[in-house]
Design a protein around this ligand. Structure first.
Ligand SMILES: Cc1ncc(COP(=O)(O)O)c(C=O)c1O
Length: 400
């Protein structure tokens, strides 16, 4: 690290950017596939992919080509006109998910959830139902409705009043959900695998219970697959892992390999709820992002990619289990699915993340003590060995 250069960037950042992020001590300048380089040319192995965004590795060549081609042709014309790419991408998404239905394109995960919440509210509107059941420990984004749906108090501090009509049940506890269902309920929103909340996967039976409850009471079942979707679990959609079909799926993060795009996928039954004028976005479905997303989805379609998520996910989990056996005082639990794994520690995780960065490995920590691994789907066993070797070295020192 070039201390002088890094300090210069830090000063500039501090002076001109609202101080809402606690950033790691690194200035990154380029990235390719599973590696990121800092300003001195030092290489880091990326097991975080910018919070599960660069899932096919950084800057896949065909995605870069598609971005370049589209940006030279047409960047923006507004949603007042027809453009082929938005429709093409939406067709791909519908065909790969529900088979029939429609899509709203936005710019981010929070926006994708805002749209889903509006669909649930409009669906319930004529019978006076407006309450959405969400879950403790969930995360759905930082805009006000998405934040109101987020079941973590730490994100709620200072921003009262929140949107009315959000109730919180306990994850994986169907009775706690049943208790909250009333004639005022219009939908349920859930992450099939909670990411920000500490990497907790739902039980299949629990999701089946939610499906039955939604069918019985005519509620919209929304799966927020923004972090856990698009291959993270080893299946293209997380719902397929559990075999439980929601009515709405929200996507963002990795859909356009790093360009901003939010997707609200609605099944056929509810695709007529929003009508002209009910929703919109100036940048929603940016054509360059759509071009990137079409290419990203085509790449994801290769069975090899998803098979590698399953294979390397199992290997990473087994290597982390080895670490747990070696350091029972440091490691409490391993959780997650596919290449979305959490390692809960008995000690502060932030220090470990910092140490990893010093040693050339990028990971993250959530909920104070859970190390979160979100590597690209292109990693192999050797990469897992390198990452686990770095962690082993750090835990070994602590253990002494
Ligand atoms: C499950 C989930 N939903 C929603 C969001 C919000 O997405 P964005 O930051 O793109 O608004 C995130 C972001 O981390 C997420 O993990």
């Amino acid at each position: 690290m070039n201390k002088k250069y890094v300090n210069g960037v830090k000063e500039l950042e501090k002076k001109y950017i609202l101080q809402t992020y606690k950033r790691q001590e690194a200035v990154f300048t380029r990235a390719k596939d599973k590696y990121v380089w800092d300003e001195t040319g030092r290489r880091y192995l990326d097991f975080f992919t910018g919070i599960s965004v660069c899932n096919l590795g950084h800057s896949p060549e065909s995605v870069v080509r598609a971005i370049r081609k589209q940006s030279e042709k047409l960047i923006h014309v507004s949603n007042h006109y027809y453009t082929r790419l938005q429709a093409e991408l939406s067709r791909m998404l519908v065909e790969k998910s529900f088979g029939a239905g429609k899509v709203f394109l936005s710019n981010s995960g929070a926006e994708a959830n805002e749209c889903a919440i509006k669909i649930a509210r409009k669906h319930g509107n004529n019978k006076g139902a407006f309450e959405v059941i969400s879950f403790n420990n969930s995360f759905h984004g930082r805009t006000m409705a998405a934040l109101s749906a987020t079941g973590q108090k730490k994100f709620h501090k200072y921003f009262n009043p929140f949107l009315k009509g959000f109730r919180f049940a306990d994850f994986n506890d169907i009775d706690s959900v049943k208790k909250l269902v009333t004639p005022k309920t219009c939908g349920i929103i859930i992450e099939p695998v909670q990411g920000e909340g500490g990497v907790y996967a739902a039980d299949k039976k629990f999701l089946q219970g939610l499906r039955s409850l939604c069918d019985k009471h005519k509620l919209l079942l929304i799966f927020d697959e923004i972090q856990c979707g698009l291959g993270r679990t080893g299946k293209l959609f997380a719902y397929r892992y559990f075999g439980v079909k929601p009515d709405v799926i929200t996507l963002a993060k990795s859909i356009a390999s790093g360009l901003p795009l939010g997707v609200t996928l609605v099944n056929e039954k509810y695709s007529g709820v929003l009508q002209y004028g009910d929703h919109g976005s100036t940048f929603g479905g940016c054509l360059v992002s759509c071009a990137a997303a079409i290419e990203t989805l085509s790449l994801l379609d290769s069975r090899k990619v998803l098979a590698n998520v399953v294979k390397t996910g199992r290997y990473l989990e087994s290597r982390l289990s080895g670490l747990k056996r070696k350091y029972p005082c440091i490691i409490k639990e391993i959780r997650g699915l596919g290449l979305m794994l959490g390692l809960e520690l008995n000690i502060d995780g932030a220090k470990i993340v910092e140490e990893c960065l010093h040693k050339g490995l990028i990971i993250n920590c959530t909920q104070g003590k859970t190390l979160r691994f979100l590597p690209p789907f292109t990693i192999n066993k050797k990469d897992v060995d390198s990452a686990v070797g770095i962690l082993d070295g750090i835990f070994g020192k602590i253990n002494n």
